[in-house]
Structures are given as structure tokens and as C-alpha cells.
Design a protein around this ligand. Sequence first.
Ligand SMILES: O=P(O)(O)O[C@H]1O[C@H](CO)[C@@H](O)[C@H]1O
Ligand code: HPA
Length: 292
Amino acid sequence: MHSKEEISHDEYQKTADWLMSQTKHRPQVAIICGSGLGMLADTLKCQDSFAYSDIPGFPQSTVQGHAGRLVFGELKGKTCVCMQGRFHMYEGHSLCKTTFPVRVFKLLGVDTLIVTNAAGSLADGLQPGDIMVIKDHVNFPGMGGLNPLTGPNDDKFGPRFPAMSGCYDKGLRCVAMEVAKQLGVANIMQEGVYAMVGGPNFESIAEARLLHRLGVDAVGKTTHTHTLTPFLHVYETTSVTHVVKSYEDSESVNHDGVLEVGRLRSHTVQQLVTELISRMEINNNTTTDNVA
Ligand SMILES: O=P(O)(O)O[C@H]1O[C@H](CO)[C@@H](O)[C@H]1O
Ligand code: HPA
């Protein structure tokens, strides 16, 4: 069963030590790129990049649109590490494997995590191509006991019972909305609630309607597992795709369509993240105080 696998502190440390022996970069910010959104990594300067298959202990990406590379470099004067490709439960990874890189990032000195993803729209006001800033999540697998934090707690990574109320950094969300205004994209950006489901199938019409009634704005198959790691300032943005909610709707959602929307919005997401990073005060560990 997924939740049984355990990874020791030494294993995370071994991967972190290997990376530190291969690059001089010491990142403060980590960026995880969602489906079709990996181009962000190409904008880093003075790059050192590693295929996941060459990094000791790292899982492998198997999904189209997730290149499987870890890229270190500079963005707007901040040292960053960028995942071009993430790991999903539906690929067969245990949940602690899907979150493995986030704990390694902590050991590298990262204190801010920026996550992008693709997800289907359930809210009436969210159109395909819109951007949703995640303000909260519903962790369906977690509510049923599938949680990367299951098992012995490693106090070095956070408390046994972490609170989720402040999970998505309010200061970063405010700055993101300011940046959206400055870039002229505030009309396609709003805050909302993301729900993770197991997948890999897309939702049935009845499931989509149920999620909508439960207060979910967008649905995907990943993401919050990374944000359950309570030591980081987290900012997360969703690139919204179409979800079928009506029996009369002749469209059906598919992964190629998801990648297309990702590509369509990748430039805007890239601009948003770059400007957000440029405004961060990172060294004093007080991103939440840095509201523009
Ligand atoms: O969450 P990301 O990796 O962006 O991908 C989303 O897009 C894929 C489905 O097309 C699923 O993996 C879903 O979670
Ligand atoms: O999980 C999903 N469901 C619906 N639409 C999506 N678009 C990306 N991911 C998803």
C-alpha cells in the first residue's frame, strides 16, 4: 500500500549532498512546473541541470509534458531550483516518493516553494485559460488516509500534526494579485479552492458536479501533496482547463488539451512567477511581510 513506504532522513540527506557536490548553486526558492508549464526552467541563468535518472534516490517522471529534469540557476537575483516534471500518485509512486524532492529542497536551504499545475475548472466563473491562485485545498486521498505524512514523523521536517489553515502564504498571494494587475492579466486571475483526486481517469460528470457542490473550484491529480510540507512559504497557481459538467456537453477533456492550455498560458505564468520572485525578500525569511 502506498502509505507504508518510509524514507529515512539519511536518504534525503544523501540526495541533497550529491546535488551540493555537483552544483555551486544554493537555492532559496524551489519551483515545481505542472503539465505543459516546464518552459519556466529555461529562463534560469547560469544553469546546472540534471536528469532525474542521474540523481541518486530521485523518482522518474513518466507523464507526457513532464521532462524529468532538475534545473538550478538564477532568476531576478535569487537562486532557484526548478523541477521540470513532477510525480503523481497515479504513476504508481508512493506518496512519500511524490514529495521526496520537497524534503530534499529543504535540506538544500530552500524556504519558498512555488508550484504550478494544470487542473479542470468546476466554478462557473473559471474559464479554460484562466489562472487560479490556490487559497486552500481539499485533500481527498488524505481524508481517506493516503497522506505523505503517514508513518513515523521526522520532526526535522515539521510537527506531527501540522495546521493547514495558513498553508498557502497570504503575503505571496497578495503580491501575485498586484503583479497580475501590473501585467494586465488580473481579469483572468482569481483565487480558489483546489481538490486533489487520485486519477488517472478524468472525473465523471456526476463526480464533477459533486465536487462543484462541495465548494471545489478546480480539480487535478497532484499538487497539495507537495504543500503538506509545513516548513515552506508556499505559493501555488493553477492553469485552468475544461471539465465536462453536463450530459449535453459534446466536448471531452483529454491530456493533449490540458498540455495545449498549459502552453497557451505558459508565458503569462512565467511572467507572474518571475515578477513574484523579483519582489521577494528571501534572506530574512519573511516573505509574508513583503506585501506590496
Ligand atoms: O498537476 P499536473 O502535473 O499539472 O497535471 C494535471 O494534468 C494531468 C492530466 O492531464 C494530471 O497529471 C493533472 O494533475
Ligand atoms: O484532473 C483533472 N481533471 C480535469 N481536468 C484537468 N485538467 C488537468 N487536470 C485535470
